[in-house]
Design a protein around this ligand. Structure first.
Ligand SMILES: [Zn+2]
Length: 66
């Protein structure tokens, strides 16, 4: 299985959409925990990296390299 690629500022799709109906999340913090922000309602959540990797479906938009 291909390992998931993601970096800060990427927009990703999760396996479950947010209750607001949007399924696009921006990665706004990277670390042992990852903070993602819903592109629909701007709600943000902090999740452990392991859990994030499990719940992330795919990358929608790749951030420009810094
Ligand atoms: Zn939302």
């Amino acid at each position: 299985m291909e390992s998931k690629q993601f970096q800060l500022n990427d927009i990703v799709e999760m396996k479950k959409q947010h209750p607001c109906g949007t399924n696009a999340w921006k990665i706004i913090r990277m670390g042992a925990d990852i903070r993602i922000k819903c592109e629909g309602c701007q709600h943000s959540v902090l999740i452990p990296r392991k859990e994030f990797e499990k719940k992330m479906k795919r990358r929608l938009v790749e951030a420009d390299p810094q």
